[in-house]
Design a protein around this ligand. Structure first.
Ligand SMILES: C[S@@+](CC[C@H](N)C(=O)[O-])C[C@H]1O[C@@H](n2cnc3c(N)ncnc32)[C@H](O)[C@@H]1O
Length: 288
């Protein structure tokens, strides 16, 4: 089904319009399957993102695309690609740096000393292209330097296969790490041998600590066997309505051990949701 870009007429695709009826059908599907809100004002955004898929598939209008997407073959093959273009993946190394300071100075000492846990398990849920789990790995290595008895593993999940493969490749534009202190850059990043390339790669020490996997947070169910001391789920919940946020948070909390930590994004709150956590500082919670 995938077509070479030269085999079709780009001008037609450029004008392909996602009409209101098809938009409604798609937005209902995206909401019910993935919990992502797609209000009417997002129609043009969705249209322009999906035009990329029409181009790859060599289709000239949305009717053809909709027929394919909602066919049994489309449901198994295309839905993943559609979600890759639909989800918003903005992220950065050390995004919301206060979280990593808190982790280093408060959460890690608490976990390793008060809870006496030496093998720390962390989950970055909604990890995008990997900057968040690699920042976690840097922070853990920095902590490990003064606490050699500890070890850690990071599980990084996202719905987007494209983001996951970028994360696993761990290659970034050099300007992505411009704000990172030089000592950390030297320790944890490799420069491209071709300097014109302006790319860096996370070194294998960090890469080996992060495992990537595709998980749709909407499909999570509560766990009876909590595994994680720390879960980061930042800037993901904003896409969901309140009941969906509750369902996801409830499942995530059930995966955190008592005394473990949950980190949310700067604009996310749990106000009004009955969850087994208490607030420590804004957007950081501990499991009770
Ligand atoms: C804005 S990024 C946040 C990345 C990172 N956590 C941060 O704060 O920098 C949101 C990520 O959530 C992912 N996402 C959206 N809906 C999801 C779902 N239903 N299940 C899992 N991941 C999802 C997107 O693919 C995207 O990579």
């Amino acid at each position: 089904m995938e077509n070479n870009e030269n085999n079709f007429d780009v001008s037609k695709i450029f004008h392909a319009e996602l009409n209101q009826k098809d938009f409604n059908k798609l937005s209902q599907f995206i909401m019910s399957e993935y919990g992502i809100k797609m209000p009417p004002e997002k129609r043009i955004m969705l249209q322009s993102r999906l035009q990329k898929r029409l181009r790859v598939l060599g289709m000239s209008d949305f009717k053809e695309y909709m027929d394919y997407l909602f066919s049994p073959h489309g449901m198994s093959e295309e839905v993943i690609h559609m979600m890759d273009v639909v989800s918003t993946n903005k992220t950065d190394f050390f995004r919301e740096s206060v979280h990593f300071d808190f982790l280093l100075n408060n959460a890690l000492p608490d976990i390793t000393e008060s809870l006496n846990i030496k093998n720390i398990k962390i989950w970055s849920a909604g990890c995008s292209s990997g900057e968040e789990p690699y920042t976690l790995a840097i922070t853990l290595y920095e902590y490990k330097e003064t606490h050699p008895g500890i070890d850690f593993n990071i599980f990084a999940s996202d719905i987007s296969t494209k983001m996951l493969s970028q994360g696993a490749n761990a290659i970034y534009n050099e300007d992505k790490i411009s704000e990172i202190p030089i000592t950390l850059k030297k320790k944890y990043f490799l420069r491209s041998k071709n300097h014109e390339d302006k790319k860096v790669r996370v070194n294998s020490t960090l890469r080996n600590k992060v495992e990537f996997a595709r998980i749709n947070l909407l499909e999570l169910s509560p766990s009876r066997n909590p595994q994680y001391q720390i879960i980061f789920c930042r800037n993901v919940l904003i896409y969901f309505d309140r009941p969906t946020q509750f369902k996801i948070l409830n499942a995530l909390c059930s995966n955190i051990i008592e005394g473990g930590y949950l980190f949310l994004g700067h604009s996310e709150s749990i106000t009004g949701l009955e969850l087994p956590v208490k607030s420590i500082i804004p957007t950081v919670f501990t499991k009770i």
